[in-house]
Design a protein around this ligand. Sequence first.
Ligand SMILES: [Zn+2]
Ligand SMILES: [Zn+2]
Length: 398
Amino acid sequence: MKKDFNYNFHTHTYRCGHASYEKEEEYINKFIKNGFKIVGFSDHMPLPKEEFPQEKSRMYINEKKDYISKLKRLKKQYKSLDILIGFECEYDKMYDKHLMNLKDNSDYLILGQHFIKGINPIGNINYPILYANSVCEALDTGLFSYIAHPDVYLKYRETIEKSDYDKYICNCKNAAEIICKKAKKLNIPLEINLTFKNNIKIMNDNSYPYPHRLFFDIAKKLNNTFVIGVDAHSKNVIDKYNDSTKSILKDLDIYKNIILDYNPLLYKNNIMEKKYKIFKKNIQSYEYNYIKKLSKNIKYNDEVSIKKIIKEDIASTNKKYIKIVSSLKKEIDELNNTIMDISLKSKKISRKKEYIRYCNESYKHRLKMLNKIYKKIMHIKVDNKIIKNLLKFYSKDK
Ligand SMILES: [Zn+2]
Ligand SMILES: [Zn+2]
């Protein structure tokens, strides 16, 4: 069967907690059967240890090693298919060092900015602009090869009040323009994501949550380049690739600037390489960025105010820990009482048990970090230069 495209760099594995329990080999066999020449796995990135694991969204950081070594093994084993190892990542300044490690230990990263921490997208007419700005901030690091579902912000469109809708659509268009212009300037392709085409989810306006014409009409006008991404969370969607791609391109009326032989390793991008070098030079640890963020939240740069914020964080860490662990335990109980395939059930239960352990690990790690900063304040307080001195202490140049 002749294929127009034979790549896909957006593939997940069971480790993310919301994909099918299928082995990587099962995906690979499907890719081969469908005539693919090169593919990449890009599972949802783990969070750094300082943050609680998210059992339904991503692997835990300890699973990264197994993910990479398994794919390395398969890379050698399969001769007829090139396999790349990647991650789909949300960008957050706190993760700079963590993201650098992910990039340097894999073949490529794609930006999948599914949320902005601390911002509620529901009914929020400003969300598209905030989203666009966060994408630009992410791209400026030079970390990413392409933007996955660059119009993902549009999936909240049905939560907007009728009276706000015109203003909201205007913001959506402006957001699209901000993202497309930035991507164009940095020579970054935009992904046409097949998730909802393959799984047939249509919203009230008779189109998919994404990709959406509102965004892609602007991208076309600005002459952006496009790649196709299956966003596979199960092997069977791979069979639909060819038909879905043809049909989605028709829906979006896109016939130009589609990269037919995309490969993130060969797609030379001098601008991004330069940016990544600068990013690496200025990289700081999680703790450093934590303190920097803290300095934005305090009114007074004095011992009492800073200690108060850290104490509050310790209290909320305790609360969060109890909440996550108790909900995992409840889910285990529920699973135990559910009738389903025995082996699937035991896989699900053992994963949740593992995550309770991971929760413990992250909890200890975060508390240790917070207590260390708390104690440090007493030793380095010089009038109101606390934050400055803390930053100096945590700076990589120290
Ligand atoms: Zn996913
Ligand atoms: Zn994805």
